[in-house]
Design a protein around this ligand. Structure first.
Ligand SMILES: *[C@@H]1O[C@H](CO)[C@@H](O)[C@H](O)[C@H]1NC(C)=O
Ligand SMILES: *[C@@H]1O[C@H](CO)[C@@H](O)[C@H](O)[C@H]1NC(C)=O
Ligand SMILES: *[C@@H]1O[C@H](CO)[C@@H](O)[C@H](O)[C@H]1NC(C)=O
Ligand SMILES: *[C@@H]1O[C@H](CO)[C@@H](O)[C@H](O)[C@H]1NC(C)=O
Ligand SMILES: *[C@@H]1O[C@H](CO)[C@@H](O)[C@H](O)[C@H]1NC(C)=O
Ligand SMILES: *[C@@H]1O[C@H](CO)[C@@H](O)[C@H](O)[C@H]1NC(C)=O
Length: 648
């Protein structure tokens, strides 16, 4: 038994850590902050001299920050040759860089005893400690451990202003096994906020697996931290066009500690909710049973997450000055960004050029989106500036019929290109707004099916991914329609993990989204939870029912969107008002009872109080019953029309 167990453990070891066998350099990880530690299992003291050569040309990156923001000042700090540095970054010798720009620095790396390093000399300034010098001045290009270990000639342990220190910069030379696969240089890349191994590899057009291997990072523990170096194995010297990294994502403050009463779910909504469900039950219990079976077969399991919701009055947490605990904060943030899968195909720019006839106007869809043909399949290609890491990260972890599939990426001259599956029928906004319905028309059942598709997609990201995601920008133009008139949610650019300390909530000061779809608690307090998407989904359902854009709907109300539903839901002659409420292009061809149910569902979803909104799992269950009942209704009217024809 024990023997088998050992074999098992050993084989797992072989599978998950193939890189240990090749022995490159261990990633330094969190060790950079533990200055007193003598632990040398990470590369905190430097990268081991295990390369083919004892000296080599290598490269570092550095982020400009005053006063180190010009070719001359950076060269002086890092002991680089100014003319080489300016050439490498394609700038003049006397150039000044903008702040926070990534600059490439050429250094001669050599073996000093046990470790590879580039020695430079630094004069201690006011406020310096070993950690501040390593982390703040040199941004992680050196470590406090290495500084301490190599400045033993100082008579005291304390640093005095004016002391001259040796600063060993972290660099390394390729090992034999790396040289064998064509690696000629190792770049010590300074990790910054929001980056992952895959993003950095993509920037330098390097295989992610190679980078992981070079840093002995295992597949399943890929978290990397700002102000540490990641070795990027390069065939050719790096070029300045490769250093354009996505801007860091907004740093959100950490979530406040969950209030005590948070864990007890709010039941007040359940009553309102019950009659929607009860109404839908009338649609036929057979249908219900089938629906539930299909639902569980499809998803396999049913985790029940209660969205904890902050009660109002608990928002002073945002204004409170926070104790700065940068280290913990950054770790928390980075832990939440887990790795990007390697399933993504990396396209060359030439491939995209030939797919889109060199981005010709005939291939243009809208905005910065082009359609093209790659290997015989249609694809949508989106050109993006700025931070794409969120979208790549989100889409790579989630794969579902109702979410648009990201199939590949390309990075070219500072621009990202994302390649998606192509939805031939455009966006839902092209179909439902009454004004621009040229030819396009969706009947009742098609509309409800689309609503169910969207709900299913949202349910998936809320309840079946880990961590759960909030899409944050659901709207009709982000719902794409495929050839079978089925819907897929697109545009995960704003999506973020919904993970708070105890559950799915978070606070942000950075309000982004689309007007009309944003939930009140988000607009007013920056409060993020999966209930944001539920609200936006309610708005989307209203648009599907009425055929009106949300801005038009707002023109009809005083304060809150739910007022548009008053005539239908809260007046005696609701059914009579229904005809005026519904999209006129439907011409009354819908089952009125079901239409009222959907209106009630929308009403619950746009409840002002997030706790009053249902979860997407509940929405999916109700809508699937409504869809099946609608199908029976459609069959029934087709049959009765045929009978009527026969009788004529
Ligand atoms: C770590 O240090 C110990 C002695 O302090 C030494 O025997 C060992 O080889 C070192 N390990 C590495 C990876 O340098
Ligand atoms: C930099 O030097 C070049 C000549 O080497 C000169 O033409 C240019 O004006 C200088 N720029 C600045 C900002 O001093
Ligand atoms: C770098 O500095 C360390 C510590 O002073 C020293 O041991 C080493 O020989 C130096 N290496 C080079 C290449 O100058
Ligand atoms: C490390 O330095 C950076 C840049 O100055 C700073 O933002 C960060 O807070 C520092 N880290 C710690 C743990 O102090
Ligand atoms: C310590 O040694 C380095 C060279 O190894 C030298 O540059 C520096 O001045 C010395 N510091 C002191 C305080 O003697
Ligand atoms: C190693 O040294 C040899 C001989 O000096 C040189 O030709 C080769 O390019 C070096 N390799 C690397 C990876 O630096």
């Amino acid at each position: 038994m024990d023997f088998l167990r050992m074999i098992y453990i050993f084989s797992i070891f072989l599978i998950t850590f193939p890189c240990l066998i090749q022995s490159q350099q261990p990633y330094v990880g969190k060790a950079t902050t533990r200055c007193g530690s003598k632990d040398n299992s990470t590369s905190a003291f430097g990268y081991t001299c295990n390369g083919l050569n004892r000296t080599c040309q290598s490269y570092l990156t550095f982020r400009t920050q005053f006063p180190y923001n010009s070719v001359s000042s950076i060269s002086e700090l890092l002991g680089a040759d100014p003319s080489q540095l300016s050439q490498l970054n394609s700038v003049d010798d006397n150039a000044t860089f903008e702040t926070d720009k990534t600059v490439l620095v050429p250094v001669k790396c050599s073996c000093s005893g046990e470790y590879y390093q580039a020695n430079i000399s630094y004069v201690v300034q006011r406020g310096n400690t070993y950690f501040v010098i390593a982390n703040n001045t040199f941004q992680g290009l050196s470590t406090c451990q290495a500084l301490r270990a190599q400045n033993t000639n100082l008579t005291t342990k304390l640093l005095y202003i004016g002391n001259r220190l040796v600063v060993p910069l972290r660099c390394a030379c390729p090992t034999k096994s790396q040289v064998d696969v064509g690696v000629n240089y190792l770049l010590s890349y300074l990790v910054t906020w929001g980056q992952s191994v895959s993003i950095i590899s993509l920037m330098f057009e390097v295989d992610t697996g190679r980078t992981l291997e070079a840093n002995q990072i295992s597949e399943d523990r890929r978290t990397i931290y700002p102000f540490t170096t990641l070795l990027v194995p390069l065939r050719n010297p790096p070029s300045s066009s490769q250093t354009v990294s996505p801007p860091p994502p907004p740093r959100s403050p950490p979530p406040p500690p969950p209030p005590q009463h948070l864990s007890s779910p709010n039941h007040s909504s359940n009553k309102k909710w019950a009659y929607v469900a009860a109404g839908a039950l009338g649609g036929g219990s057979f249908v219900l049973v089938t629906g539930i079976i299909v639902f569980f077969m499809f998803f396999g399991r049913s985790p029940k997450r209660n969205d904890p919701v902050l009660p109002s009055g608990n928002f002073e947490a945002i204004e409170k000055p926070r104790e700065k605990k940068s280290e913990e904060e950054s770790e928390e943030f980075l832990d939440s960004i887990s790795a990007i899968a390697q399933s993504l195909k990396v396209y060359t720019y030439q491939e995209l050029q030939s797919a889109t006839e060199n981005f010709s106007p005939s291939c243009w869809i809208k905005g910065s989106v082009y359609c093209g043909t790659i290997n015989g399949d249609s694809a949508a290609i989106k050109k993006m500036n700025g931070d794409v890491s969120k979208e790549i990260e989100a889409l790579n972890k989630i794969s579902h019929f109702n979410l648009i599939l990201l199939s590949g990426v390309c990075f070219h001259e500072g621009q990202w290109y994302l390649v998606y599956e192509y939805a031939v029928n455009g966006s839902l906004s092209d179909w439902i707004y009454h004004e621009n319905s040229d030819q396009k028309f969706l009947n009742w059942t098609q509309r409800i099916q689309i609503a169910l598709d969207v709900a299913t997609g949202l349910n998936y990201i809320h309840n079946y991914t880990s961590p759960p995601y909030v899409h944050k920008d659901l709207k009709t133009s982000n719902v794409l329609i495929d050839s079978d008139l089925r819907a897929k949610i697109a545009n995960f650019g704003l999506a973020r993990s919904a993970e708070g300390q105890e559950g799915q909530f978070n606070l942000t000061k950075h309000i982004v989204g689309t007007k009309g779809y944003m939930a009140p608690e988000y607009l007013e307090n920056g409060f993020v939870s999966t209930k944001l998407d539920v609200y936006a989904f309610g708005v989307l359902m209203l648009e599907i029912l009425t055929g009106k854009e949300v801005t038009l709907l707002y023109e009809e109300v005083n304060k809150h969107l739910s007022e548009v539903l008053l005539p239908v839901l809260h007046e005696e002659n609701g059914n009579e008002n229904l005809y005026d409420f519904m999209d006129p292009s439907l011409q009354g061809n819908y089952p009125a009872e079901l239409a009222i149910l959907v209106a009630k569902l929308a009403d619950c979803c746009i409840a002002r109080d997030p706790a009053g909104r249902p979860g997407m799992d509940e929405v999916v269950q109700s809508l699937s019953r409504i869809v099946t009942t609608s199908l029976s209704w459609e069959q029934a009217i087709t049959v009765s029309r045929r009978i009527a024809k026969l009788q004529l």
